[in-house]
Design a protein around this ligand. Structure first.
Ligand code: NAP
Length: 317
């Protein structure tokens, strides 16, 4: 399939920037559609001169979305918000934003639309406002752009991730590591480079249209095991303390009033539910990708949290 021009919404985000790189490496021209293009300069080095350019778009404003997709052969939605602030509400950004992208892409005649969602997002009634807005987003995408490809990653890891960096940074400061509930919820961390390759594959492979792919890494871990892995890599010894969920949620309720909440009630919810791929559902292998393991990648960027420092060449990796 001849895909030359791709618009990537959220191209400055953690996952979006790797998507931009993966598409640029395949020779496509990329429009990085972001709210503040002046902060997107760093994405230009993903390609040759002029191959990657930033344009202004805000998913809450349909006209800006339409302008950003005009003339594009493919469109990628890598937008998301981890908590609500001001006019950045889950419904406005996730659900209505997805609708604006899908409608604009269909109207502009785009051949391909790829939407990054999350495992579990297909369940419309979970009692979790974040997840429900992601479910609504998938619904809007399917309705307005039949043939959309939906990618649902488990927790994503990579140098700029919020998951392992937060655990490692907490271990630097805290005398113990909190674990919500029993800490036995299961996760299947997937490398951000593999997610980006999955997007790039889906952009050019029309057989992925109408498909929903669950993206997970090679191994399933409990939340406790992920905390222990982080502690091992950063050479720290901390006791794991179980925090009962309801008191933790009361704390999170107050934390949600902070300008940047360290944790929200929805995020606690996500940490106590299994977040793994469903056996039999298509995933990375159907996209021709062999996933990287957390053990292979994490030491490359968590080394900055190590007790013996980043430059200790004798440290086990
Ligand atoms: N990270 C994970 O572990 C993970 C796991 C599963 C699924 N996902 C999903 O993957 C997607 C991307 O996640 P991420 O971790 O890369 O998020 P991220 O780092 O927070 O990036 C989000 C991007 O969305 C943009 N954005 C926010 N509000 C916008 C708006 N109103 N209009 C246009 N752009 C807007 C942000 O740009 P600004 O600078 O303008 O804010 C940023 O570029 C999300 O849907 C997320 O739910 C992530």
């Amino acid at each position: 399939m001849d895909i030359r021009q791709v618009t990537v919404f959220g191209g400055t985000g953690f996952i979006g920037r790797y998507v931009v790189r993966a598409l640029a490496a395949r020779g496509m021209r990329i429009r990085v559609a972001v709210r503040r293009p002046e902060l997107a300069d760093f994405t230009r080095i993903a390609g040759d001169v002029g191959q990657v350019m930033a344009v202004q778009a805000n998913l809450r404003f349909p006209a800006s979305v339409a302008a950003a997709v005009a003339g594009s052969d493919a469109v990628v939605n890598a937008v998301g918000i981890p908590y609500e602030r001001g006019r950045q509400r889950y419904k406005a950004v996730h659900a209505d934003g997805a609708r604006h992208i899908a409608e604009a892409s269909a109207k502009a005649g785009a051949q391909r639309l790829i939407h990054i969602s999350g495992i579990g997002a297909q369940q419309p009634r979970t009692g979790n406002a974040f997840v429900e807005s992601k479910a609504q987003a998938e619904h809007e995408m399917n309705r307005a752009f039949p043939g959309v490809t939906i990618l649902r990653p488990s927790v994503v890891f990579g140098p700029e991730d919020r998951f392992f960096n937060r655990l490692a940074s907490a271990a630097q400061m805290a005398p113990f590591m909190p674990v919500f509930g029993d800490g036995l919820a299961k996760f299947q961390p997937v490398f951000v480079g593999d997610v980006a390759d999955a997007v790039a594959h889906a952009v050019v492979d029309r057989t992925t249209a109408f498909g929903a792919y669950e993206l997970g890494g090679p191994r399933v871990y409990t939340y406790r095991e992920l905390v222990e892995l982080t502690l091992r890599i950063t050479q720290r010894q901390r006791r794991l303390i179980s925090l009962p969920v309801w008191p933790a949620k009361i704390g999170a309720f107050f934390a949600e009033f902070l300008p940047v909440p360290p944790i929200t009630r929805d995020q606690i919810d996500l940490m106590i539910r299994d977040n793994v791929t469903t056996p039999g559902r298509p995933g990375l292998s159907e996209l021709g990708i062999t996933p990287h393991s957390a053990e292979a990648i994490l030491p490359m960027y968590l080394d900055r949290y190590r007790v013996s420092g980043r430059y200790d060449l004798t440290a086990p990796v």
